[in-house]
Design a protein. Structure first.
Length: 540
């Protein structure tokens, strides 16, 4: 085992990062005198300070790979990380994940599936080797990475070894389960690959045979770790947040929540920092599951990034995470909590209580090309795309956007059209760099010909059973959807830039009188903007 002191680690990190003492002190939020005491050994650095400075080293050098945890070993050519869907764990995150486990007793059987070069196993061993005897398995599919993993694991110098297993973890796990092998892992620490599973793939077939329907490797890895774990086992994994909502991951949510307590969730408030060196903008969370334990309260923690220098913790009731009666089991991750102990805002109406429905625009343009026209002609009606809405207003026609502006009315298209009137539309897609997720606009019929509209599939729209909305209600609903409250609630359960109609049905809304009151104020102002909406909602 390595025996470097905290002081030596501090000096090494400063030298490696090329940070001045002033910069290092600033990052750690201490004085230069306090930093000098840490470097001289007259004061002892905290684990948090060591973690922050270690991570800053990697951010400074842009070399966040697992090999930085180990002596440099010749590795030859590697298969592309993106080809294998591998994004390697930084030391700061690995250390943070290891700290999430409870102190083990006596003996640990550890699983690291999709182990890469072993950063997570190393972090776990460094943290807990004095508390328990550790054995286990680290699985890696890439031959060359496996060779490095095996050599790195040998250097851990445990009394009993953690074995480097070469091969496909899902193949291994599903065979174990199908053959009725005993569950044996007491702990699992995972950074699984992130890649879609084809509906016709062997992985999909194997997983289906053991009772799991899922669409991505990362959820498959976590679920199979659960299936191979003993009751009371702890599983800590860093995974994309996309599993929290939507129909594609419903099978995974049911599989895991039926078998485990969701114990902890850590949220990175900056989506670009967990795997910054790989240019990954996918929003990630770290979760802790406890197999076979009754569900209790959930510890939520947040940090801006992987330095964890602004780490905050609070506890949330599980009913705030998965709301009672939600058959879809959306997992909401609040990043703050109100004085009454709840994470949601002051409005509690569901869409059916308002008589509202939210649907996806029925016109799929590539299936209807022969019916689309670049401009309005006799026998057509307006067709609305996202490009027809700007600053919450309708801009039709739009000749600069190079999208069709109308659709012919005929027996093939009539069922795709909605009656002319006021609707609220929400873009289904936004870019990863935009500040907010939900962009709502009023679809106003002013100056538009015909008795119907076509709404294209890249828009969601709100309606009263396929009928238009009242003008004041329409403006109020669009305004509410542009509020900070809605943006915050949506982020609680969605890490996507995609906004589906199902997601909009999960949001809480004001009652009808409150929406109308908000609409009247927006009509008086003549436009919708978030600060004005927030101020008006405070009054309501």
């Amino acid at each position: 085992m390595e025996t470097s002191t905290p002081t030596e680690n501090f000096a090494y990190v400063l030298g490696s990062a090329g940070l001045s003492k002033g910069d290092a002190a600033s990052y750690l939020e201490i004085s230069t005198d306090e930093l000098e005491n840490l470097l001289s050994g007259s004061a002892k650095p905290s684990p948090q300070q060591l973690r922050v400075l270690s991570t800053l080293t990697l951010l400074q050098t842009k070399k966040m790979t697992q090999t930085t945890l180990f002596p440099v070993l010749p590795s030859g050519k590697h298969t592309s990380k993106r080809e294998l869907a591998q994004f390697l764990t930084s030391p700061g995150i690995a250390s943070f994940m290891a700290d999430m486990f409870e102190a083990p007793n006596d003996r640990v059987t550890l699983l690291d599936a999709g182990a890469g070069e072993g950063a997570l196993t190393r972090a776990f061993v460094n943290r807990w080797c004095k508390a328990a005897a550790i054995v286990g398995e680290a699985h890696e599919v890439d031959d060359e990475t496996h060779s490095i993993l095996a050599r790195n694991l040998q250097q851990l110098q445990l009394e009993q070894s953690i074995i480097a297993v070469r091969g496909d973890f899902l193949d291994f796990a599903t065979k174990q389960i199908a053959e009725g092998r005993d569950r044996r892992f007491t702990h699992a620490i995972l950074n699984p690959p992130y890649k879609k599973i084809s509906a016709s793939s062997d992985h999909r077939r194997m997983l289906s045979e053991v009772g799991l329907e899922t669409v991505n490797l990362y959820t498959a890895f976590v679920a199979m770790a659960v299936a191979l774990a003993v009751d009371g086992a702890e599983i800590v994994a860093i995974i994309p947040r996309s599993f929290c909502n939507g129909p594609y991951y419903a099978g995974f949510r049911r599989f895991v929540l039926a078998r485990c307590a969701l114990s902890m969730i850590h949220v990175f408030e900056r989506r670009d920092m967990a795997f910054a060196s790989d240019g990954v903008l996918q929003e990630n969370v770290i979760i802790k599951l406890v197999v076979g334990r009754p569900q209790g309260d959930v510890q939520i923690s947040t940090s801006s990034d992987q330095t964890f220098c602004d780490h905050k913790v609070f506890v949330s009731n599980f009913g705030e995470i998965v709301r009672p009666g939600d058959n879809d089991l959306f997992i909401r991750v609040p990043t703050s909590i109100t004085q009454d102990g709840s994470s949601h805002g002051k409005f509690v109406c569901a869409l059916p209580e308002l008589g509202l429905t939210c649907s996806t625009g029925p016109v799929v343009d590539f299936r209807s090309r022969e019916h689309l026209r670049s401009s309005y002609i006799d026998g057509s009606v307006p067709l609305l795309y996202p490009c027809h809405f700007e600053n919450s207003e309708t801009i039709w026609p739009s000749l600069q956007a190079k999208k069709p502006n109308s659709i012919l009315v005929n027996p093939q298209t009539k069922t795709m059209l909605v009656p002319k009137g006021h609707y609220v539309v929400v873009r289904r897609f936004s870019s990863k760099e935009e500040k907010r997720r939900i962009y709502a606009s009023v679809l106003a019929p002013k100056h538009m010909p015909g008795q119907f509209f076509g709404i294209e599939n890249h828009l969601n729209y709100f309606h009263f059973n396929k009928r238009p909305l009242d003008v004041e209600f329409c403006w109020g609903l669009a305004a509410y959807l542009m509020s900070s409250e809605v943006d915050a609630e949506f982020r609680n359960f969605s890490g996507h830039t995609q906004v589906n109609a199902t997601d909009l049905r999960k949001i809480h809304y004001p009652n009808k009188a409150q929406i109308v009151r908000l609409g009247k104020e927006m009509l008086r102002l003549g436009s919708i903007n978030t600060p004005a909406v927030d101020a008006c909602l405070e009054g309501i």
